[in-house]
Design a protein around this ligand. Structure first.
Ligand SMILES: [Zn+2]
Length: 60
């Protein structure tokens, strides 16, 4: 299930959202801001290290 976690950069609220398709328009459910940042869930990625730098999603 394409469920991703986001964090609002405006109010800091974290929420999950079902993402279907690419580059969906996600907005904060609390303040309706679009300044949200995609988070990585702790499950399904094996291990717990998170020392990666900025991740870019092949946008092109
Ligand atoms: Zn917000």
């Amino acid at each position: 299930m394409p469920l991703f976690e986001y964090q609002c950069k405006s109010c800091g609220r974290r929420f999950e959202k079902l993402v279907i398709g690419s580059a969906p328009s996600v907005s904060c459910p609390a303040c309706d801001s679009r300044e949200v940042e995609k988070q990585f869930s702790t499950f399904g990625f094996g291990g717990g290290r998170r020392d990666s730098g900025p991740v870019s999603f092949g946008g092109g």
